[in-house]
Design a binder for this molecule. Structure first.
Ligand code: FAD
Length: 432
């Protein structure tokens, strides 16, 4: 008999909760990964770099497993089909996996658990991708927090070494199931082509994290970790990173707490996937002008900081956090376009795309989120640029023509847009 360790957003062999428990349980372990055809079919870009990243990571893990005389067994199809195959292929005793808090994943896992139960196979889930689970940081009355600051305070009071300790999987590496290497389906087989491979490095220097609070707001500086992609797919352990943050920089730790916060919000309030956290914000009469939306997507709004951000995103799959806030505010408030349109565009483009963080931050920018910027706060893109890109270095990199006559005329006048959005929001919210 074997145990399966079903990998998803935890693509590493070290300090991995489910893998640790699977290996420790005594049965030989087969790591499995499913290229979920339901998810892949929804991706329009057949060069999607995230698929290349996952594929490269699995190949790398496969090499490590080969050195241990073992292999991963990667399947392409639906999760149900995959488990029918695995059950035929192996005498499976139990399946170990880490918790995924997204609504699709929750449903998928419940369906798989049910199917396994009918076959008398147990299904075990562990916390791995967050420091504190959805129900570990609650108000004294047991309700989930909806405001970040008190959540963060409580999070910090609960933190101790126990939560940061790595899972020593390497102690049990001998327990991987020994068999011949199985081929990972080629990208072509999955319907994809290799995308461009410039992925951010996994190693981040202490010196960067130490200065994070001073550098993080300036998009021209290499002042943030660029670890979003690695946290998303679990190629780094959040425990290891949080442990470093506790010594190096409290502001950086705060960002990891935001990450936990939004995962917790998504779990407790899954309506946010389609609706505003505060539902009265769904009364807003968005303009939803498609031509304006296209100009925003392409970085042609005539506002250099907005255009720089969108072009950075289109070219690299990354956008600096300060500029994400500016572009999101611009779309929703200056152009009065539904935050869900912007959210969907980011979801397609961001290498570090994560439903909980993307949704939470878009709702924050639009003012409709659980702990959002007040609706009457409308970022002034010109002032933001002056403050955070004083020397125009970031803007010049992405919008080299911005001082020339050929550069796009502003899509709206800031003051007019500000008045318009305040009226529309007030009306929707019935505020005086
Ligand atoms: P760093 O600044 O080095 O931070 C370290 C890590 O902390 C990040 O990698 C991320 O995992 C976490 N983090 C930082 N800020 C936040 C935050 N505000 N909310 C939640 N987690 C945070 N982050 C995503 O991971 N995925 C998204 O899809 C995403 N969409 C966003 C959309 C908008 C409109 C905005 C304003 C922000 C979004 N963010 C998202 C949050 C943030 O912008 C990115 O996490 C960050 O810019 C990634 O760069 P980094 O890895 O260098 O982060």
């Amino acid at each position: 008999t074997v145990n399966l360790c079903w990998l998803r957003r935890d693509l590493r062999l070290l300090d991995q909760a489910a893998l640790y428990h699977a290996l420790k349980s005594g049965n030989p372990v087969v790591p499995v990964f499913i290229f979920d055809s339901d998810i892949l079919n929804d991706l329009e870009d057949k060069h999607d770099r995230r698929i290349t990243f996952i594929h490269d990571t699995l190949e790398e893990m496969q090499k490590q497993l080969a050195r241990l005389g073992s292999t991963m067994d990667v399947f392409y199809g639906t999760p149900t089909e995959a488990f029918q195959y695995y059950i035929k292929q192996y005498d499976v005793k139990a399946v170990f996996t880490n918790i995924d808090y997204e609504p699709y994943a929750t449903k998928r896992d419940a369906a798989v658990a049910k199917m396994l139960k009918e076959k008398k196979i147990s299904f075990h889930q562990y916390k791995d991708q967050v420091i504190f689970d959805r129900n570990e940081v609650l108000k004294d009355n047991g309700d989930p927090y909806t405001i970040f600051t008190p959540y963060s305070k409580k999070w910090k009071t609960l933190l101790n070494d126990f939560y940061l300790r790595p899972y020593p999987t390497e102690k049990y590496f001998r327990n991987f199931y020994k068999q011949k290497i199985k081929k990972i389906p080629a990208l072509r087989t999955l319907g994809f082509q290799a995308g461009e491979r410039h992925f951010p490095p996994i190693k981040v220097k202490d010196s960067l994290i130490e200065k994070y609070d001073q550098t993080r707001d300036f998009p021209a500086l290499p002042g943030t970790s660029h670890l979003g992609l690695h946290l998303r797919f679990g190629t780094v352990s959040v425990r290891e990173l949080a442990e470093r943050a506790t010594h190096l920089n409290d502001t950086f730790l705060g960002e990891l707490i935001w990450r936990d916060f939004f995962q917790m919000i998504l779990w407790h309030f899954p309506h946010v996937v389609h609706q505003s956290f505060h539902k009265d914000y769904d009364n807003i009469k968005w303009r939803n002008n498609e031509a304006d939306f296209r100009r925003w997507c392409n970085g042609e709004t005539g506002y250099p900081i907005v255009d720089a951000g969108m072009r950075e995103l289109n070219a690299t799959g990354f956008m600096h956090n300060r500029v994400r806030m500016i572009t999101a505010s611009f779309l929703t408030k200056h152009l009065l376009i539904d935050w869900r349109w912007g959210e969907a565009y980011f979801a397609k483009k961001l290498l570090d795309y994560d439903l909980s963080a993307n949704n939470g931050n878009w709702q924050w920018a639009a003012g409709c989120g659980c702990d959002a910027a007040p609706y009457f706060r409308v970022f002034n893109p010109a002032l933001q640029a002056q403050k955070f890109d004083k020397d125009l270095k970031y803007i010049r990199t992405w919008v080299p023509e911005f001082e020339e006559l050929t550069y796009a005329k502003p899509i709206v006048v800031h003051e007019d847009a500000r008045k318009r959005v305040l009226e529309v929001y007030k009306k929707a919210l019935d505020r005086p």
